[in-house]
Design a protein around this ligand. Structure first.
Ligand SMILES: Nc1nc2c(ncn2[C@@H]2O[C@H](COP(=O)(O)OP(=O)(O)OP(=O)(O)O)[C@@H](O)[C@H]2O)c(=O)[nH]1
Ligand SMILES: [Mg+2]
Length: 453
């Protein structure tokens, strides 16, 4: 079981506790402890965290408008964010020279290319330097990655002196906004490695020295961060392979405790699989909530008197009627594109859907008014003759009705995907209860609703 699911289960048992006293909270925090320890979070941190939760949870005076249960869930969530949150510092927007360091196979070379793409997309002229002169195929590996992504690259095949490569690269890449340098790894932190990265450091004079760590190192991240920091003054961390490791939580907590700012996460092998690290977002995501908190906060700002609840927006029976209401409601909360992003669905949402205009929506409404109840509840029955009838009734073309059906189907898939984030656990629980989640994160006093006109 992955960390996210375990944490979610621990939260669930807090949520479900019938008697909400000290011993119930203690029981639930035990589950949380097990989840965190199996993610390789240092025991001392786990104990501190659960003690804080227990104390915070039983606070005499509850914050205004929260039930004890909501308060406990909120405290737990906040403490978890704190545990992995570290410095809260974000990666610099316009670094000039980045040097990546780390042990063998940590993901340095891959991350060099990912970062080049990341900053390149933000309008900077980025060049890459292959200063791993230790591993024979390192230069080719980076060259290939750069070629694929059209990133300017400098390396000297067969050259053994890293400082020389850097000197040449600096001459060749004058006028670049940002230079990102790859360096060699070693199987362990040793004096050879220190000597080499010191040389590179002296020659390159980077403003940013980032340590690349694979998530599987778990709590050992603390030791590595310290060693590299002592050697070259590391001022940022990137944790890779967080996608395939159960120990990501441990690595993040270890960086947090050693005050090493985690700037990015590597979430896959491809060049775009890089994500700026945001503790809240990360936690929401691994626990399968999307960025529900942000969404619900926004939802609360929307007026109250109306027809559709946030719960209905995301779960419920999916038919043409709810499809229309969803589109209308999400439009009111800002652009659909923003809402999709908050839910972590943006990548899956077809562009045409994200660009949907009010006018188009109104057209949908007119066509839906020409449908029978059965057709709205079960659009699969729509055959050619029914489509023609609807088009005629609404004063639209056949293609317009087909477009409505197509959009509905696309949306249906996306929402299904969202609801099935963790099919196994959903099955077990008989459905992810958005209402309860809303209560958990949203600090609601009463059921808020969106206004649909
Ligand atoms: N799943 C996953 N794989 C990754 C990620 N980052 C890197 N990898 C893979 O990890 C392996 C090692 O990555 P490299 O970038 O070569 O690591 P390195 O630190 O440069 O290795 P050395 O140069 O040998 O020290 C490669 O197969 C990468 O594709 C990630 O975020 N997720
Ligand atoms: Mg490498």
């Amino acid at each position: 079981m992955v960390l996210g699911e375990k944490l979610r289960n621990a939260m669930e048992s807090l949520r479900k506790a019938t008697v909400f006293d000290k011993s119930a909270i203690k029981e639930a925090t035990k589950e949380l402890q097990r989840a965190l320890i199996s993610a390789d979070v240092e025991i001392k941190l786990v104990l501190e965290l659960t003690k804080d939760i227990e104390e915070g949870a039983m606070k005499e005076k509850l914050p205004k408008g929260l039930t004890r249960r909501e308060h406990v869930l909120k405290v737990t969530y906040d403490k978890l964010v704190e545990l992995i949150g570290g410095t809260g510092k974000q990666a610099p927007e316009k670094p000039k020279k980045i040097l990546l360091v780390g042990l063998f196979g940590a993901g340095k070379t891959t991350t060099v290319a990912k970062l080049a793409k990341h900053y390149g997309k933000r309008g900077q002229k980025v060049g890459v330097i292959a200063a791993d002169t230790y591993r024979p195929a390192a230069v080719e590996q980076l060259e290939q990655l750069c070629e694929k992504a059209n990133i300017p690259f400098f390396g000297i095949k067969g050259e053994k002196n890293a400082a020389k490569v850097i000197k040449e690269a600096k001459k060749k890449m004058k006028g670049f906004d940002l230079l990102i340098t790859d360096s060699a790894g070693r199987s362990a932190f040793d004096s050879d490695l220190v000597k080499e990265i010191k040389e590179i450091n002296d020659c390159l004079k980077p403003d940013e020295k980032w340590l690349v760590l694979a998530a599987d190192v778990g709590q050992l991240a603390k030791k590595q961060a310290q060693a590299f920091h002592d050697a070259v003054g590391v001022n940022g961390v990137i944790i890779t392979r967080i996608d395939g490791s159960a120990k990501g939580g441990g690595a993040l907590a270890a960086c947090a405790v050693s005050k090493a700012p985690v700037y990015f996460l590597g979430i896959g092998e491809k060049i775009d699989d890089l994500q700026a690290f945001d503790p809240q977002r990360y936690l929401s995501r691994i626990m399968g909530y999307g960025d529900l908190q942000a969404l619900l906060e926004k939802a609360k700002e929307v007026q109250e008197d109306e027809e559709i609840s946030p719960e209905e927006l995301m779960k419920g029976e999916f038919n043409l009627d709810t499809f229309y209401k969803q589109l209308k409601a999400t439009k009111k909360m800002g652009s659909l594109s923003k809402v999709a992003e908050m839910l972590g669905l943006k990548m899956q949402m077809p562009q045409e859907m994200l660009d949907m205009t009010e006018g188009k929506l109104d057209g949908f409404k007119v066509m839906m008014d020409s449908m029978t109840k059965e057709e709205k509840l079960n659009p699969d029955v729509l055959n050619k003759s029914r489509i023609l009838r609807i088009a005629k009734g609404a004063g639209k073309k056949e293609a317009d009705v087909r477009e409505l059906i197509k959009s509905y189907k696309q949306m249906s898939t996306v929402f299904k995907r969202f609801r099935n984030i963790d099919e196994a656990s959903l099955k077990k629980k008989g459905g992810l209860d958005m209402g309860k989640l809303a209560g958990m994160f949203g600090k609601r006093k009463k059921k808020k609703k969106f206004k649909i006109r």
